[in-house]
Each structure stands twice: as C-alpha cells, then as structure tokens.
Design a binder for this molecule. Structure first.
Ligand code: MN
Length: 535
C-alpha cells in the first residue's frame, strides 16, 4: 500500500491532481468521480489505510440489485483526491474532465479489517452518500487479481430499473461522442476536409488525415470501422529536431504494413512518453480502459509480484495509432504469440556497446555472431537497435520453450565472447567489463522480456528507428544506428523492401541445432546425453 504508483504515473507540473501523501487519519469516506477520459468511466474510491482504494467502473454503480458492474481495481489514490475536480490536460494520464459524482461516508458490515476483507476478495459495506445509499458489496472474480463486481444488495434503497444520470451531458464528452460517431460515420459519407484539423463531430479517413502536411490539434481518424481519437498532435516530442507527436503517429501510419507483422498476436510492453523524449516516462502494462478495437490479454506480470494485468496484443492499424497517441514511442513485442505463449519464435542477441566503442567494432562482432550461428546451421538477421548497437535475430519454429532458447542463446554468446575476447564479453556487470568491451546480451530471451521491434521508433535524439540491415551493409560498416530515422525509413523500405521478412518465414528448428551448440560451447556429446537423461 502506498502512493508510489499513483505518483509515478503523473507529472504534477502538468496535471492539477494532488500529489498527496499517505494520511495518518482513519476515516471512512467514499467518493464516486465521473471521469470523461478517453473513455468515459466512473472511479469508485473507499478510504482505508490512509489512502483511497480505487476501482474504475466503466458504466458507473447501479442501485438496481440485478445489475452487477465490473469494477477494475486501479492504483491507490491519496485522500486529497476526495476533493479533486478539474481538467486533466491532454497527453497526461487520464486526460479529460474529472468531477465528483457522489460523496459521503461508508460503514463496514463486518468487524474484520477492511484491507483483509479486500485481500480475501469480498467486502460488504453501507454507503451514506447523496445518491448511493444502503448496502453494497464488492466481490472479486475467482483467480483474477484486479477484477471485481460492484453490486447493490437487495433491501433498503434498492431501485430496480434505476438509471444513472451523468453530471455532464454525455454529448459534451469526447468518448461518448466518438461512440456515436462510430456508427454514424459508417453509414454517412464524411464531407471533404482541407487540413487535418478536427471538425465538430467529423471523423476524417486516416488516409486523408495523414496526407495533410501539418498534423495539429485533435483529429479523429477513421480506420476501417473504427474511430481513433488523436490528440495534441502538435506537441513537440523531439525538441532538438522539432518533430511532433503528429510526426510519430504519421510514421506509424505509413510503416504499418511493415511493422504490424512483427507485432501480430504478441503481447506488447508499453512505455509512455506523454511529454516527449525529454519528459517523464512510465511503463504501463495494464490497459483496463482500452477502446474496444484494442485486443488485450490477461497475463501475469513476470517481474511485478505475479499479479495479472491486461496487456495490449499486437493486431491492427487502429491499435498501432492508439498506442502512438498514448505517447508510446516504441513497440516492444514478446518473442512468442498468444496462442503459444511459452514457445518463442525468435531469439535475439543484443550487441550493446559500452562507452568508447566504435560502431565498426559492433559490426565486426555482429558478423562473428552470424558466423558462429552458421556453424550450427542457423541463419540470422541483423538490424540496428536504433540506439547504439545491433540486434541479431534468429528465427526458430515455436517448438522449443523459453528455457531451451535461453540456453542456446547463452551458449552461443559464450562462444562468441570466448573467440573475440578482446572486444566481447558476456559479463553483465558494467564494472566487471573492460573499457571498450561489447556486451553480448543474450538475457532478453526470457518469457515476458522483449526487444524493440523492427521499424520501431526509439525515444532517442534524431528520432531513430530500429532498421533491418543486409549483412553486406554490416560488412561494409558504413551505416550507423543514427542513419535511419522516421524521416527516411520509408524511402529505405521502398528501395530495399522488408529485409526482415525471412524472420517471419516459418523459422528453423532449434531442436537439432541445440546439441551442436552444446558441443561447440564445450559440453561433450556424452555430457549432453547425460543432461538429456536427467531431464
Ligand atoms: Mn479515472
């Protein structure tokens, strides 16, 4: 319990929300806030343990006992939030109008500590608000960490057929308007618009919006049957280059045919840069408020204490634009797809230079990785990381599990380091590395880890892109990771096509190669046999 998550997700120089602190008082107040964010929802909060335990209730609470509302647990909020009303600016987390819908106090209906009741997944309480009164319960779904039902009990104040009234007319709220538009615009021809500026109630076909020279302000774009709201497109994301959020969104639109195959069906790790590359950033695994065109999958966070959250799953253009609009600059797919989550279909060596390493040295080392893989019969494919190094991909059939793949990667990396000891190391700790040594990083191949996708933008100066390469380009050593950016990548694709295509072409079997790798890295065939027998 605490406010770290809450505070990390917000930039208090930009949002009027209170920073707050954990309160020492123990009062039993509750609040329901009407939140016209990218998707209209209600926030239900109960004060306990010095904070507000919080749930996002898409349709709001209902006094009708037959109506059970899904309530998704969100981060603890400070008690100062009990008084918060206001406008969260575009680009900030939860951007939109935020107002108090109901407030009051509550009473527990059991003597047990409320936090223990929540831990057990069931709590009964009485609300004494202006609109919400009487007995209620929160019940957690079995096996789900954060999904609850908020239910009005029968008895006093129960009101069958009750309907919630918004404080702010839904017509004034962006989300609700979008929903209407979705159905309306599918039937009605949209009038021609000159620029890509938002016209009241009109969604612009994506092709037309992105053909406009300048992307500014807010624009709702039509992508197939979906409407994706794009906001604050003139916000500067790369101050040194004067590149904007609009430039980022446009790049993803233009490169979508090439990048989407590498994201398709894979959970995506999302890091948001709502204020551009020099502003604050934060990881957002959970996307409980995603629009309906965004596919999600409930997965256990590998490094987050084992709780389950909804990941975005790579799918279509609407999803790609939606993520860009959230300020997610990079695309970070898992190495496996949702249908076979435990079977990666590629693994990656990340050649990550320390300070003072020439890029030509990295190129030479990448060629060495390729050569070692070639000895065990595996083809590999290089791309710039878009940052400082090179990624070497090895496509494999999704038949070996993460442990086998990690073992293969570790052994190959060890051979490369052994044979190139002057420049390469598998020593992870920076202190243990010699200056000028390149770390052959094979550690990104575990379940839940990711490497930036081909064609993904990086949050680096120059708006560089992770660019697939020809081995001959690596051998000539004239390129650098800064050579390819959101302004020239499309021209390169026009010329070269998708150089990474073989990575998706079905893969190679690691089963046979793994024994050869074990022999190569020093394990005798007898040792390998003994290992197999043990397994
Ligand atoms: Mn909210």
């Amino acid at each position: 319990m605490g406010l770290e998550t809450y505070q990390k997700m917000r930039d208090f120089r930009r949002t009027p929300e209170p920073r707050g602190r954990v309160a020492k008082t123990q009062r039993r107040r509750f609040i329901v806030q009407e939140h016209h964010a990218s998707m209209l929802h209600f926030d239900f909060r109960l004060e306990m343990g010095g904070v507000l335990k919080s749930w996002s209730v898409r349709k709001g609470p209902s006094l009708d006992p037959s109506v059970k509302r899904l309530a998704v647990e969100t981060e603890d909020h400070p008690v100062e939030y009990l008084k918060f009303e206001g406008h969260i600016p575009e680009g900030e987390y939860g951007a939109g109008e935020h107002m108090i819908w109901d407030e009051g106090t509550y009473r527990l209906l059991s003597k047990e500590d409320p936090l223990e009741q929540l831990a057990a997944g069931r709590m009964k309480f009485e609300l004494k608000g202006r609109k919400l009164r009487g007995e209620w319960s929160l019940v957690r779904f079995a096996g789900r960490e954060r999904q609850w039902l908020l239910i009005k009990s029968d008895g006093e104040y129960a009101a069958p057929g009750w309907e919630l009234e918004l404080r702010q007319p839904a017509g004034d709220a962006k989300t609700v308007r979008n929903e209407k538009k979705k159905t309306a615009s599918a039937r009605r021809a949209v009038k021609r618009t000159r620029g890509a500026k938002k016209q009241a109630g009109k969604a612009v076909p994506a092709g037309r919006a992105f053909a406009a020279k300048e992307l500014a302000g807010d624009v709702d774009v039509k992508v197939g049957p979906h409407v994706v709201p794009l906001t604050s497109l003139d916000r500067v994301y790369w101050p040194d280059e004067g590149l904007t959020k609009g430039d980022l969104v446009r790049y993803y639109y233009e490169v979508s045919d090439f990048i989407l195959p590498y994201l398709k069906d894979r959970p995506l790790i999302m890091k948001r840069y709502p204020a551009g590359i020099k502003g604050e950033s934060f990881h957002q695994h959970d996307v409980n408020a995603a629009p309906e065109f965004v596919r999600t999958a409930a997965l256990t966070v590998e490094d987050g204490g084992g709780h389950e959250v909804d990941y975005i799953v790579g799918d279509n253009l609407a999803m790609l634009l939606y993520m860009a609009n959230l300020g997610a600059i990079e695309r970070h797919p898992w190495h496996s797809r949702v249908r076979r989550l435990d079977r990666p279909d590629w693994f990656v060596f990340d050649l990550d230079p320390g300070p003072g390493v020439e890029f030509t040295t990295i190129c030479a080392l990448a060629l060495a990785v390729r050569e070692v893989l070639g000895r065990v019969g595996l083809e590999s494919y290089p791309k710039t990381s878009g940052s400082r190094g090179i990624h070497v991909y090895v496509p494999v059939k999704p038949e070996s599990d993460y442990d086998e793949v990690a073992e293969a990667a570790a052994r190959v990396a060890a051979v490369v380091a052994r044979e190139n000891a002057e420049v390469a190391t598998v020593e992870r700790a920076l202190k243990q590395r010699r200056r000028g040594q390149i770390y052959v990083d094979h550690m990104q191949n575990a379940r839940g880890k990711s490497v930036v996708a081909p064609y993904s933008v990086r949050p680096r100066p120059g708006a560089s892109v992770s660019a697939p390469l020809e081995w001959s380009e690596v051998a000539r050593k004239r390129i650098t990771p800064q050579s390819f950016t959101i302004t020239n990548m499309l021209r390169r694709i026009d010329k070269k096509g998708d150089l990474f295509k073989p990575v998706l072409a079905g893969g190679q079997s690691l089963r046979g190669a793994l024994n050869k790798i074990r022999e190569l890295s020093g394990e005798s065939p007898a040792g390998a046999k003994a290992r197999r027998a043990k397994v």
